[in-house]
Ligand binder design. Structure first.
Ligand code: URA
Length: 270
């Protein structure tokens, strides 16, 4: 492990001090990474690490003294793959994606949270890392910790399969709100198809994160706030967004505070 500053994320091993963290909460949106580090009552901000390329990241601590990084992955799998690669090289071995998503099932309401147990990975970046057939599976121990946390917080939660795709518009069958009204034939009806495959939600990063976890040997989980109800609309429900995001963050933090980290080591799940 080198002490050099990592090219994309803009910080290095020395910025993490003694007893460096091994856990990262990873958000697509830099504002959510800031929210975790600066506004969640259970988190004490130690310092900002970088704002390079809009990849805002923060070093923070929990009440038990455990340290973590709140980091931005950027939108989509190519950016996430770079950030995760560099954080792994700095010693991060547990990644929890805290994201937002669109629901594909009527019972998964806007405002609830979805914990991904696996992903249908329709993502180009993942194909540079593992074969398309390689499973995109969340870490089972971390996933159970997220469920236990959601139960404890009495969140409106769901667990299931997530569809991770590369585009917000075409790939999630948006036409009314998209500049491109023309969908490729293979994408027409994809939402209905996924609904019948019991896929709960759409998002844009978890599948690649899960495949990287399998290949690199780290633990990965994902909890997403539902901000669009795709059974009835294409729109993001902005009024619900902040509250739903905070619910997803609270679930992730509670899981980190309560989980038995012993079982996150690869020897228990490889
Ligand atoms: N993120 C997505 O990828 N899709 C949505 O509908 C909402 C958030």
């Amino acid at each position: 492990m080198s002490n050099d500053i990592k090219y994309h994320i803009g910080f290095g091993r020395e910025d993490l001090g003694e007893n460096p963290p091994t856990i990262t909460l990873l958000c697509g949106d830099p504002e959510r990474a800031r929210l975790i580090a600066e506004e969640m009552p259970e988190v004490r901000l130690e310092k900002g690490l970088s704002t390079k390329r809009g990849l805002h990241s923060y070093l923070a601590a929990l009440p038990d003294g455990r340290r973590l990084i709140s980091a931005t992955s950027g939108m989509g799998a190519p950016s996430l793959s770079i950030v995760v690669n560099e954080l792994f090289d700095l010693g991060i071995r547990t990644f929890i994606r805290v994201g937002t998503c669109g629901s594909l099932q009527p019972e998964v309401r806007v405002g609830s949270v979805v914990i991904s147990r696996a992903a249908l990975c329709r993502q180009g970046a993942a194909s540079d890392i593992a074969p398309v057939e390689y499973p995109a599976a969340a870490n089972p121990f971390l996933t159970v910790a997220l469920v236990e946390a959601a139960k404890k917080l009495k969140a409106d939660w769901h667990i299931g399969i997530t569809a991770s795709v590369d585009t917000f518009y075409e790939g999630q069958e948006r036409t009314e709100s998209s500049a491109n009204k023309h969908l490729l034939r293979r994408l027409v009806g994809i939402n209905e198809e996924y609904r019948h495959l019991n896929i709960l939600n759409y998002e844009m990063e978890a599948g690649t994160l899960f495949k990287m976890a399998g290949v690199y040997g780290f633990a990965a989980g994902c909890v997403c706030a539902v901000i669009a109800g795709r059974t009835s609309s294409e729109e993001v429900v902005l009024e619900e967004k902040r509250k739903a995001e905070k619910n997803a963050i609270a679930v992730a933090l509670q899981a980190v505070m309560e989980m038995d980290t012993e079982y996150l080591q690869p020897k228990y799940w490889r």
